[in-house]
Design a protein around this ligand. Structure first.
Ligand code: ADP
Ligand code: MG
Length: 580
């Protein structure tokens, strides 16, 4: 084949592939355009998860009628005129590609009017083919209507994720932009149902409350740090309120949402030693950096940026967040000792606890020696699954039970132990087909983020099979009427949050495996915590319940519930016997 210039239509479809991957990309580009046009109010309507319709209406500056065809053309922008401008971009857009790209893969109608004229214009483009420009009456501002996205790209259409996934991506996106622009009033509707509304009164904490619920908003710590031209503001969670993944960590750089490893690492550094393994904070952080210090022209979707001086940015984020955490919350004591390394190892080998893996310890220091002797006796003298009858001695540090067995001392992690007990009961009841459920005296309501709401909604039926009774109760709000009886007086809302988090990690539909994981997650949340002092009776009961378990030695997540110090070990440690 001879070399030919691609027809414009094909070229723009190829370009569109980079920018417009999915419905959420359309929402992102149109939302950014509305924000660039200084809109005070933005209304987003989505139908069928964006496949049928995405419409964004703003009350911003508008486009003059005669410029509408240009706005829809490729490489046409009002935000940039020379290559030099690329060095100091203040707007979200600058590539002049979005409208053309979207128009080439959908049926798009753009309607716009500027305030200087009392008439506006409208133009339709179908699969990149422009229609007539019409003169019409319209409110000031711009409405972009995108119908039948990817109708001309069947391949792309086939690769779209499930509706739930797409809706969630859209909700997550709009939620975060709403936080970054608290002075802009935003509304989001899915199939005519309002899922997100902000007042636009400029108070970011109010936006937090309307998006994540009042409880979360109240807890979040405010971050403010200025350092030589770099300004860091936003919110981050206290160490007590964490997530099982990084999805609730969001950074904005100069009003643009970015994905950047440096920034996330800096945030995690700020929490160093304060979070349990596998837990992440929630954070929405905004960096204002002189535009010439950051290169935004790295990637077509503009989600990546390059910092001229990334060490300074790193340090600002790390210090700013650390300061916020320290100022507001007491730091739990972190002790290191022979147990911690052992514990960590057990964590890494989850579902495969250290005592069954026979890991060879390296014997280089005194500390390691203690560790290795700790490990050695764990080679089970008794059956690895069961524990012998134990005599309760008491509770240490409101976190561990101390018990005596025929062959030495047992330290039991009360949280892990309770988790195991709840888990086995739950499984047992589930196998018996009926999970006794207990009505709450006062039903509790919980507000979720629009993103999480989509997830819970799609799993309500499954939850109700688990012995919960949860009903939709207004916008992103749910009312919990009953919980599985075995949780007694545990906090029902914790259970609901646990479930949502779990579904978030794996969106495949409820399979047997997921069911087990979900139950494990709920039990983890409902179990007594470390640091909670238990009465003698409660300690006794927990110990007896644990003894009855099928696999009492590890929690459902694979961490050990107990550490066994055998008589043999004690004797060696005290120098009564052995090599000393
Ligand atoms: P970019 O945002 O990179 O400039 P777009 O293709 O998204 O490219 O938009 C092209 C141009 O159309 C913009 O530069 C702007 O002038 C105009 N435009 C797009 N959307 C709007 C809007 N909602 N309000 C006012 N002008 C808009
Ligand atoms: Mg744009």
């Amino acid at each position: 084949m001879s070399i030919q210039l691609l027809p414009e239509e094909v070229a723009s479809q190829i370009a569109a592939g980079e920018v417009i991957e999915r419905p959420a990309s359309v929402v992102k580009e149109l939302l950014e355009n509305a924000l660039d046009a200084s809109a005070a109010s933005i209304i987003i309507r989505v139908e069928k998860a964006g496949q049928r319709l995405i419409e964004i209406a703003d009350d911003g500056e508008g486009i003059r009628m005669e410029e509408i065809p240009l706005a829809l053309a490729r490489h046409a922008t009002s935000k940039l005129s020379s290559a030099d401008d690329l060095m100091r971009i203040q707007s979200l857009g600058f590539r002049g590609e979005a409208l053309a790209s979207i128009a080439s893969v959908s049926k798009m109608t753009l309607t716009s009017r500027t305030r200087e004229f009392d008439f506006g214009g409208r133009m339709q483009v179908e699969a990149g083919k422009p229609g007539e420009l019409e003169k019409i009456g319209a409110p000031a501002g711009t409405v972009v209507r995108v119908e039948d996205l990817f109708f001309n790209l069947p391949a792309r259409l086939k690769f779209l994720k499930k509706d739930v996934t797409e809706r969630r991506a859209i909700n997550g996106l709009v939620t975060r932009y709403a936080l970054a622009y608290p002075s802009v009033r935003m509304q989001l509707f899915h199939d005519n149902r309002a899922v997100l509304q902000t007042s636009g009164n400029g108070d970011p904490r109010e936006v937090l409350a309307s998006l994540y619920g009042v409880d979360v908003a109240r807890q979040m710590l405010e971050v403010v740090l200025e350092d030589g031209g770099i300004m860091l503001t936003g919110f981050t969670s206290p160490v007590s309120s964490t997530r099982s993944n990084r999805r609730e960590i969001t950074f904005f750089v100069n009003g643009r949402r970015v994905q950047d490893v440096t920034l996330i690492t800096a945030l995690m550094q700020a929490y160093h030693t304060l979070l349990m393994v596998g837990r992440y904070p929630m954070a929405v952080l905004f960096l204002k950096i002189p535009p010439e210090e950051v290169d935004v022209n790295v990637h077509p979707t503009k989600a990546e940026v390059r910092f001229r001086n990334s060490d300074r940015i790193f340090s600002t984020v790390q210090r700013g967040v650390r300061r916020a955490i320290l100022a507001y919350s007491p730091i739990p004591q972190v002790t290191t000792g022979p147990f911690s390394a052992w514990q960590q190892e057990a964590n890494q080998n989850s579902f495969n606890p250290a005592w069954t893996t026979g890991v060879e310890p390296n014997q280089t220091s005194r500390m390691d020696e203690v560790e290795s002797s700790l490990r050695a006796p764990v080679q089970p003298e008794i059956s690895p699954e069961k524990v012998p009858l134990l005599r309760l001695v008491g509770q240490v540090g409101a976190t561990y039970l101390v018990a005596e067995g025929p062959d030495g001392l047992y330290l039991i992690d009360q949280h892990a132990a309770h988790e195991r007990v709840l888990y086995e009961r739950f499984q047992h009841q589930l196998a018996g087909a009926d999970i006794p459920s207990q009505a709450l005296l006062v039903p509790e309501t919980i507000q979720l983020s629009p993103e999480h709401s989509v997830l819970l909604e799609s799993h309500l039926a499954a939850m109700n099979e688990f012995g919960f009774l949860i009903e939709p109760f207004g916008q992103n709000t749910y009312r919990v009427r009953s919980i599985p009886a075995l949780f007694g007086d545990g906090d029902p809302l914790l259970a609901v949050r646990a479930v949502v988090e779990d579904i978030e990690e794996d969106e495949t539909p409820l399979s047997a495996e997921l069911e087990g994981r979900l139950i494990a997650r709920i039990c983890k949340r409902m179990a007594v915590k470390g640091g909670q002092s238990l009465t003698g009776d409660e300690q006794q009961t927990l110990l007896r319940d644990l003894e009855m378990c099928e696999s009492p030695r590890s929690c459902p997540h694979g961490r050990p519930t107990m550490i066994h110090l055998s008589v043999d070990l004690l004797e060696r440690q005290f120098g009564r016997r052995g090599s000393r």
